[in-house]
Write a protein that binds this ligand. Structure first.
Ligand SMILES: [Zn+2]
Ligand SMILES: [Zn+2]
Length: 170
């Protein structure tokens, strides 16, 4: 880890310098206590069917939109973020870590060392929603734990993308 990194770069807000940051997309939790902006297009987007995502989201699968943390800044509610480290079951900012709103409990993102996997539904796409092509999931991961089939013709992996077998209909 670089020694010149300060605390706000290691945890939200990540970026607090407005020079050279052009807001491309905005996202917020359900109640609005926590909000973030990103200054770049996603580097990838995936649908995750793993058991952890299913139970933590209370949903059949999870839509993760992936950004470099350097392209993200939290603009509201950094004190209202609840951190959860699933590997130890502790509510702590230990990476990789799950972020949710401490007020409304909406899942916000999964935080890795360098990347933030923000949840697609939190972004403001207008109404009716116009979802940018760069937010379209490129694949499905952990498809072996799916609770419903998705017939969208996209690649499906039994585990992580590129690091596990491709699922194929039998
Ligand atoms: Zn909230
Ligand atoms: Zn998952």
């Amino acid at each position: 880890m670089a020694t010149n990194n300060v605390d706000w770069q290691q945890r939200p807000p990540y970026t607090n310098d407005s020079t050279g940051f052009t807001v491309t997309y905005r996202a917020a939790c359900f109640c609005g206590a926590v909000a973030l902006e990103v200054g770049a297009d996603p580097v990838d987007a995936k649908i995750c069917h793993c058991r952890q995502c299913q139970t933590l989201h209370g949903a059949p699968f999870q839509w993760a939109v992936i950004f470099h943390k350097r392209d993200v800044r939290f603009v509201r509610g950094t004190d209202d973020i609840h951190f959860y480290h699933a590997d130890t079951g502790r509510a702590a900012h230990v990476l990789p870590c799950r972020l949710s709103c401490a007020v409304c409990r909406a899942p916000i993102a999964d935080e890795g060392r360098r990347m933030l996997l923000a949840f697609g539904p939190l972004f403001d796409f207008g109404f009716p929603p116009t979802v940018p092509a760069s937010f379209a999931p490129s694949c499905h991961i952990f498809y072996g734990s799916r609770v419903m089939d998705i017939d969208d013709g996209k690649p499906k992996y039994l585990g992580h993308k590129g690091r596990s077998e491709r699922w194929s209909p039998s």
